[in-house]
Design a protein around this ligand. Structure first.
Ligand SMILES: [Mg+2]
Length: 384
């Protein structure tokens, strides 16, 4: 299940005057940043997510431009997920607006997968005013590609014996994990469709793509993928980034911004009871060169000071070019399986308790007054 143009649809359902009009959610025109979501009316102008906002504005200056209201989208998402969970308990959240449902074995109770798919779409529309596209298939890959097949408001059913035909004419670009590198290799080999990919022997693919990627694309081309739906699983990572109005060189400013981003990431992690073992730093320089650096921490964390400390060390130590920065971001991933994970188990117990109190206070203030009202202090010297 994939909600259609989710952020834009949330805005349109709330404001009838936006319906039927191009709506673009994202950065403010005239500033730096990108499109987060575009309504289908806006897509007709060629506007899509991740497009620079300046480009969107050039294409359609008359669109409604809105800043994202994540709280609003989270509320709508919660409503949809509750509805899905009332249909089957096996619901896996893939993102804020996408879910995998395992409906196998529900035939006697609810009808065929197609009937259940229709019911889901109908109830989402009736109860939330949003439209969804549903794909039904024997595994995750096929269901996902099915949901993308007809949008918006689509329902695509791919029974097991139709999988190969369904995939054959599809552009390889639709497969999972196709980075710019693989894209280049495929176009050099003249592979455009899944059918063409299927005709290449695996050893030949391995020569060009390496063993791992070749195996993955080879499997996908045959329609082979996992059919496991893990209920409740949510996101793989939490990250935040910011694009500067004008490029920044000043370390004090970068450190400040990183702290704010780390606080955002940590706040979300605590709300969702997640602790991450890997910290990622993302930097884009003027001219769009982008670098990401990752470090595994000895212990998982959900504390902004720990996230910042690791991210800042990555910034100072990882031999990034000394150039003006256009975008900076930080994230955590690789969740700990046990909760709660303490910020630092090597701290004495009193210190730990105090840490927990501090973080709780920050969360309470954030809940009441909004983000960035209260921040921990942090030193720019590495290791402090
Ligand atoms: Mg969607």
């Amino acid at each position: 299940m994939d909600l259609d143009a989710f952020f834009a649809s949330c805005e349109q359902r709330e404001r009838p005057e936006y319906r039927g009009r191009p709506v673009v959610v994202g950065a403010r025109p005239g500033q730096r940043g990108v499109v987060a979501a575009a309504s289908y009316e806006a897509r007709r102008y060629g506007i899509h997510s991740a497009m620079p906002i300046s480009e969107a504005y050039r294409r359609c200056p008359d669109a409604v431009y809105l800043r994202p209201d994540l709280e609003k989208y989270r509320r709508a998402s919660r409503q949809v997920f509750q509805l899905l969970e009332s249909i089957t308990p096996v619901v896996e959240a893939a993102s804020i607006d996408e879910a995998y449902l395992d409906v196998s074995g529900l035939e006697k109770l609810l009808g065929t997968p197609e009937t259940i798919g229709r019911e889901i779409k109908h109830r989402i529309l009736a109860e939330t005013g949003l439209t969804a596209s549903v794909g039904i298939g024997p595994n995750r890959l096929i269901a996902k590609l099915g949901s993308e097949h007809h949008k918006p408001d689509g329902l695509t059913v791919i029974p097991p014996d139709r999988v190969l035909d369904f995939l054959a004419p599809m552009p390889v670009a639709n497969l999972r994990g196709l980075g710019p590198q693989a894209q280049k290799i495929f176009s050099r080999l003249g592979i455009r469709t899944v059918a063409q990919l299927r005709s290449i022997p695996l050893p030949h693919l391995e020569q060009h793509l390496g063993k791992k990627a070749a195996a993955s694309f080879h499997r996908q081309a045959q329609g082979i993928a996992s059919d496991q739906v893990v209920p409740g699983r949510t996101r793989k990572s939490i990250s935040k980034e910011t694009t500067f109005e004008t490029d920044v060189r000043d370390h004090a400013v970068l450190h400040d911004v990183l702290l704010r981003l780390a606080a955002d990431v940590a706040g979300t992690a605590r709300r969702e009871r997640l602790s991450g073992s890997v910290v990622t730093l993302k930097i884009r320089f003027a001219g769009f060169e982008t670098y990401t650096r990752q470090q595994k921490r000895p212990l998982p964390t959900q504390d902004e000071r720990e996230i910042l400390k690791t991210a800042w060390r990555l910034f100072l130590d990882s031999q990034l070019p000394d150039k003006p920065v256009r975008l900076i971001g930080v994230g955590i991933s690789h969740w700990a399986t046990h909760q709660p994970a303490q910020a630092d188990l090597f701290d004495p117990p009193e210190q730990r308790a105090e840490n927990q109190r501090l973080l709780k206070t920050i969360d309470a203030v954030t809940e009441k007054f909004g983000k960035n009202m209260l921040q921990v202090g942090a030193s720019r010297k590495p290791g402090v």
